[in-house]
Design a binder for this molecule. Sequence first.
Ligand code: 5RP
Length: 229
Amino acid sequence: METIDFKLEAAKEALKYIREGDTVGLGAGSTIAHLVRLIGEMPALKQGVTVVTSSFNTRQLLLEQGFWVTDTALLSTLDIYFDGCDQFDRELNALKSGGGIHTQEKLLAAMAQRFILIGDGSKYVDRLLVTVPVVIELIPASLLLVQRELQRLYPDARPQLRISNKKDGAVITENGNLLIDIWFAAFPPVAEINPQLKAIPGVLETSLFYQMAQEAIIAGKNGVTTVRP
Ligand code: 5RP
């Protein structure tokens, strides 16, 4: 029996949103990789769009496919930004925790006229679940202060400095910072998470994309569905 690649199906739907002349942001992950290849198969569209990405791996793929890629620092607006996520809820609050590049991703999401989540149906939950951590990027000098404040704010949570499994030491982000994965026993009210975390000096950005996405394209056994908050 032929198996359907749901991520590819979601990417095919996303392709329909892109117009020649658009400035298009592309995030990270396997669904986005499908979208890059699909755009790459359409020479006029590929030549006609300006692309930017939050992800090193997506950038490599774009360059391999012959795209000319612009830089986030050169832009303040985008027509459209597509990205995957680890999980999103029915209000389209999304956790983008695994990749550790949420600061770059949030810049592009905030620039975009339309920020669209794409992926397979496994990402969609009614309310965000604590099976995915909230991740913060923090400047190295703030580590002990941030750990102290996390303990005070969330005594039941488990904050873990992200350690590299490839080398002996902490993961250092592309911005030269550290990451802490906060494993909550139960989420605080979702609207309060970012204001609380971002009020801690040294915290740069969180992996919770609160009320940022306008739409989600998900594909599953019942076909491709568009979700709006
Ligand atoms: C990581 C992310 C990625 O966008 C997400 O994991 C990509 O998922 P997939 O490979 O299923 O498209 O947000 O934090």
